[in-house]
Design a binder for this molecule. Structure first.
Ligand code: NAD
Length: 554
């Protein structure tokens, strides 16, 4: 086990004994420590939680100063964190957040990776990703649920609500892409997953995210057809270069219903070009990065051309946020953007309802607390079948990393009900300790990211970043326990601005009041953002659920 700055591994305290002056501060302390728990973080020795270099604190001195300050922070004080370094403590009031965080923000013209890296080298900033620097990362459960939700939306749009009897073709079984096989089978479907690295396939089988490995495309197809005809969920891994396998399957007329991709196409040096053996990939990329980039892009063009071919043949095809369309276009393939990104295709209708990745962590450390909250969710929303399927399967198949946690997508008018129920359960002693309730920054009204969450907005407002700033401010005004504004998460420096909040259910009446406001107003931002952009569904939701939008009144 890697050492963390000369000490033993970091692990958040469990149980009901406080190490701070109140549960709001205690939650921030435990969630920061939890982000750096080796069970949770990718490189805990470097303070890196996930997503390339997404960090929880700028350096070990800053980490020590944050934990030391949280230990003595009063209930009417607020700690200010600038890109992972604690820079001040101010007297505020009990409704104010206990921590305010700003990570990785740069002035527009300076918002480039080279300038960011120069400033990082000088020790002036850090990359906070989304939930790394805002202390609410919960491990791979987050990506599994997001992928499940996307395939569930595909099923709702094209296949009557289930993927049973359909075959999906995708590639990339890496850290995040590895969630695809389980997400498809959880939706009842069959999936063929191509990866050029046999270790990625083996790892997914070991972690029970992937069912079987086929020795060839022939065998993969045979297994897929058998399972599809029996309407039996099955995930099949096959070792191949996707730039060859996808065109080959198209040429054979393979019966594929859904096609996507999660190879690491966002970085051409991490995509295997045709003609390079997997074992030689790293050396070839290091020897001639420019030549390798060119070859990778040309291969991506062949890969994307075949995806378009499947679309022409009637399959449902979408980009899964890895920039493969942009790279194929750079290689000169003109029809690269013929298929949509996953947000405009499936997720935006959910955003219009204020839906997004709601999550919570049991500060007790007791998995039984999460089981009880799971039951509360099933009880609160009995009509939502997809949610019920997820909660049941997550209970059976998701292994907790660090503090037990749960994620599910809830919308406007739902999150506040869940939060208040949890707070009541803490008050009554049904839960053994308070719960930290937060979300990803990838949410309905909290991010501006023109290549992902705000791609192809109806009114062209993709790059307008006022919305995440308003989102952060309304969360501060509503009583969140900590609030953050970040730049560059998900898609990199210069390409996104986003905000997060975490609110603690500690069982007090005050927490109940704060939860009601925060968990109404936070998803409310998603509704008003999409009303403003002209989405009919958002207008309907605003009307049905009484969200006030001045431009619709009078
Ligand atoms: P990763 O680097 O862990 O894994 C990538 C996998 O692709 C590896 O297993 C590699 O062997 C495989 N691969 C590379 N070239 C290949 C080729 N030519 N043929 C077959 N396999 C090939 O990356 P990850 O964390 O799994 O993420 C994958 C991509 O998906 C990234 O670009 C990421 O940004 C994107 N992503 C987007 C979202 C989103 O927008 N919501 C979510 C998850 C991942």
């Amino acid at each position: 086990m890697a050492e963390q700055n000369g000490r033993g591994p970091i692990r958040a305290p469990r149980g009901t004994e406080l190490n701070t002056r109140g549960w709001q501060q205690e939650a921030a302390l435990r969630m920061l420590m939890n982000n750096l728990d080796p069970e949770v973080a990718e490189h805990p020795d470097k303070l890196v939680v996930y997503g390339g270099t997404g960090k929880a604190a700028r350096d070990w001195r800053s980490y020590d100063a944050i934990t030391r300050t949280l230990a003595t922070l009063k209930g009417d004080e607020t700690l200010l964190v600038q890109s992972g370094r604690p820079v001040g403590v101010m007297t505020t009031h009990e409704w104010a957040p206990r921590v305010l965080i700003a990570n990785s923000n740069l002035v527009g013209d300076w918002a480039t990776w080279p300038e960011f890296r120069r400033l990082e080298q000088l020790g002036l900033t850090m990359y906070g990703q989304m939930t790394a620097g805002s202390w609410i990362y919960i491990g791979t459960q987050g990506i599994l649920q997001g992928t499940y939700e996307t395939f569930s939306a595909v099923a709702a749009k094209r296949f009557g609500g289930s993927l049973a009897g359909t075959i999906t073709l995708t590639a990339g079984l890496g850290g995040m892409g590895g969630a695809q096989p389980l997400a498809v089978t959880m939706n009842g479907g069959v999936v063929i997953c191509v990866d050029c690295d046999p270790r990625s396939i083996d790892r997914r089988i070991e972690h029970r995210y992937l069912d079987v490995k086929a020795d060839s495309l022939d065998e993969a197809l045979r297994l897929a057809y058998e399972a599809r005809d029996a309407r039996r969920p099955l995930s099949i891994g096959v070792e191949a270069n996707a730039a060859q396998a996808v065109p080959e399957l198209l040429a054979r007329g393979a019966e594929i219903d859904v096609v996507t991709d999660q190879t690491s196409a966002h970085d051409p040096l991490a995509y295997l070009p045709i003609g390079v053996a997997f074992e030689d990939m790293a050396a070839e990329a290091a020897k001639d990065p420019e030549g390798f980039t060119q070859r990778a892009r040309e291969s991506m063009a062949r890969h994307v051309e075949a995806m378009v071919g499947f679309q022409d043949a009637g399959a449902e095809v979408f980009d899964y946020g890895n920039s493969i369309r942009g790279e194929a276009k750079l290689a000169g393939y003109e029809r690269a953007f013929d298929f949509p990104g996953f947000v405009p295709a499936y997720i935006r209708p959910l955003f219009c309802e204020g839906k997004g990745p709601f999550r919570w962590a049991a500060l007790s450390g007791d998995p039984a607390d999460i089981a009880r909250t799971d039951r509360a969710i099933l009880d609160l929303f009995p009509e939502n079948e997809s949610l019920a399927r997820w909660i049941k399967m997550a209970g059976e198949r998701v292994h907790f990393q660090g503090l037990p946690a749960r994620i599910c997508w809830l919308g406007y008018g739902e999150r506040d009900r869940a939060g208040e129920r949890f707070n009541d359960m803490v008050a009554s002693g049904e839960l053994s300790a308070p719960v930290a309730i937060g979300r990803d920054h990838l949410d309905c009204g909290s991010v501006a990211s023109p290549y992902r969450e705000t791609e192809a907005m109806l009114d062209g407002s993709d790059a307008i970043a006022d919305w995440p700033l308003l989102n952060a401010m309304v969360n501060v005004a509503s009583g969140a326990s900590w609030v953050s504004i970040h730049h560059g998460g998900g898609v990199g420096i210069g390409r996104s601005i986003h905000a997060g909040q975490v609110t603690v259910a500690d069982g007090t009446a005050l927490a109940g009041e704060k939860i009601r406001r925060v968990l109404t107003n936070d998803p409310g931002m998603g509704v008003i953002r999409h009303v403003d952009a002209g989405y009919d569904r958002a207008n309907e939701v605003a009307q049905e659920r009484e969200v006030r939008v001045p431009m619709r009144e009078g």
